[in-house]
Design a protein around this ligand. Structure first.
Ligand code: SF4
Length: 393
């Protein structure tokens, strides 16, 4: 089938019978490589309307906390980490982390996303005591902590299995896991850019275990490592496959899919893009929008597709809302991992998020970490009273 026939078939997709016109990997690659962007985005918009007919775009008031920058994994695209004993290492105290959460509580936040490096100096007791303390002092804040590679590191240090680590953390109040570290779930890409991070199966295994315990999880995707549509779709296929299994076995799966291009400014991976051996890495706006649209059509079993303002800027994130995304992420308040590689916008106000949602023609709705809608007060001006941006002469 060519892209025209595939989009015609996709127009017949119905949420009442999701498996009937499921997009195959081969079809997704054809769309990725050959469908015109405007038609791809229009198809993704129709799919989004079928899954979310109510016309909301959701967002979360939360805070990222990067509790330690000590890491032994040495991913080439990461400018955040410092190896053990480096003079710029840090690990935040419980009090410092708690103070950050107090600031989140003051603006009505509901969740922290806490992740850091794989720090071999922290025993499992440190993590358990941290979660216990945060649960006690901040009972209304959902604690989404430690991506799969951190869970693996903690298991290594403590001599436990990853399932045992997750079970212990859940018992003291951990709510879920960040989706970080998936990057590209394709062996050849992982071996090239982060060989110490382990195989795709490692990330998938920890996420499956988390889902088996009923923990909240999300799926991420960093692209632009020089791979093509085949690898990008393979990443999506592996996540869709696990989602099928987890929904069937545990009645819970990834809440959302969030993709962004690798940032290249100040890391060894970005330096590959310079000099005599220059080749293109990363991805621009139209490629990002294409990626979001294909992911919306591909993931018939993940309801929420998030647009990424921290990496793409608020305007491109807004355009993604018209090409399949139904969520614009969160306020974040701070971000230190991706931003260390060159992004400049580290937080967004609630008003700012509401503005872009209204201007895109949707209604803003606050959600929690599990995508339950929360009461929303409009702090942005209604769209009719928003001034149009001044045209560039
Ligand atoms: S991306 Fe994560 S695992 Fe990789 S070096 Fe950075 S902090 Fe460590």
């Amino acid at each position: 089938m060519d892209w025209v026939q595939i989009l015609q078939q996709q127009a017949k997709w119905s949420s009442n019978n999701k498996s009937e016109n499921r997009l195959t990997s081969q079809q997704a690659i054809e769309l990725y490589d050959n469908a015109p962007l405007h038609q791809l985005m229009a198809a993704a918009m129709e799919r989004r309307k079928a899954i979310h007919p109510e016309g909301y775009v959701t967002y979360l008031i939360d805070r990222n906390i990067n509790y330690t920058n000590i890491c032994t994994i040495n991913c080439q695209f990461c400018s955040f980490y410092r190896p053990p004993n480096h003079p710029e290492t840090y690990t935040q105290t419980f009090e410092e982390i708690s103070a950050r959460i107090v600031e989140l509580e003051q603006i009505g936040g509901s969740r922290i996303l806490m992740q850091g490096g794989v720090n071999p100096d922290l025993p499992i007791n440190w993590y358990q005591e941290l979660i216990t303390s945060l649960r006690k002092h901040h009972p209304t804040i959902a604690l989404d902590c430690f991506s799969p590679i951190e869970i693996e590191g903690i298991a290594d240090v403590s001599g436990l299995t990853t399932l045992e680590v997750l079970t212990k953390f859940q018992s003291v109040g951990m709510h879920g896991l960040p989706g970080g570290g998936a990057e590209m779930l394709v062996e050849s890409v992982r071996k090239d850019v982060s060989p110490k991070k382990g195989l795709p199966e490692n990330w998938l295994k920890v996420m499956k275990e988390a889902q088996s315990l009923g923990l909240t999880t999300s799926a991420t995707n960093v692209f632009g490592f020089g791979e093509g549509a085949t690898e990008r779709v393979e990443h999506m296929r592996r996540i869709r496959e696990l989602q099928d299994q987890s929904l069937e076995s545990y009645n819970i799966g990834f809440t959302s899919f969030i993709a962004w291009p690798v940032q290249l400014e100040v890391n060894s991976f970005g330096r590959r893009n310079r000099g005599q051996n220059k080749f293109e890495l990363g991805a621009g706006s139209s490629e990002y929008l294409r990626h979001v649209a294909v992911s919306r059509l591909f993931f018939d079993n993940i309801e929420n597709i998030q647009s990424s303002w921290p990496t793409m800027g608020i305007s491109v994130a807004q355009m993604a809302l018209m090409g399949g995304a139904n969520d614009i992420g969160s306020t974040m308040m701070e971000e230190n991992v991706v931003s260390a590689s060159g992004t400049t916008k580290l937080s967004a106000s609630e008003k700012e998020l509401q503005d872009v949602i209204l201007r895109a023609g949707f209604r803003p709705a606050i959600r929690d970490s599990d995508y339950n809608l929360l009461p929303t007060t409009l702090v942005a001006a209604e769209v009719t009273s928003l001034k149009a941006p001044t045209p560039i002469q």
